[in-house]
Design a protein around this ligand. Sequence first.
Ligand SMILES: C[S@@+](CC[C@H](N)C(=O)[O-])C[C@H]1O[C@@H](n2cnc3c(N)ncnc32)[C@H](O)[C@@H]1O
Length: 204
Amino acid sequence: MASDQYFDDDPTVPSSPLVVDVTLPDTAFTMETDRGVFSHGHLDTATSMLLRAPLPLATSGDVLDLGCGAGPIALAMARRSPDATVWAVDVNARARDLCRRNAERNALPNIVVAHPEEVLGEVRFSTIWSNPPIRIGKSALHDLLLTWLGRLTPAGDAALVVQKHLGADSLQRWLDGQGYACERLTSKAGFRLFAVRRAEESSA
Ligand SMILES: C[S@@+](CC[C@H](N)C(=O)[O-])C[C@H]1O[C@@H](n2cnc3c(N)ncnc32)[C@H](O)[C@@H]1O
């Protein structure tokens, strides 16, 4: 199912929990999902594409799942990098509660779930993975990405998955103009997966 379910992202609707089994080539976990949180009852197609890609992931230090929802990206990062601290950040309180419960359910103590404002200013991320909230609008999305990409370590990198019809290509051009090298890694089923790093690092 596609990211159009994002319109359901409202933490005030009545709860209706559904547990989903997620199986990836290298790991598996179960994940409670709920109404009012992105991708109720399933793993989003774009998220699945990101999690199945052979992306670099720091093995220690701080890494970030930006807009964690119920936490599939954070759960996979925490499984793959047990010595890293995985920050799972979301503005949606129900999403944060779900993600916290999902970390416990899968015995992953290296996930720290937080509201964006709770992440200490000095924390820098070696890896950022995100299925970002495109539907917050272009200006808010740009501010969000500049804020968090600005917190990459100098050699850090990000992976973003975006629907083509929601402006993936213009987002790529915009990031290129903001001092980031944004490389298209995969284009499949209407989605683009981008690797993003500081331009000066990628040309070094
Ligand atoms: C496309 S969903 C992805 C959710 C989850 N990572 C997944 O793949 O299933 C984007 C998420 O970003 C969150 N979000 C929206 N605005 C945000 C912001 N300013 N800061 C952090 N997260 C935000 C939404 O609540 C939503 O959970």
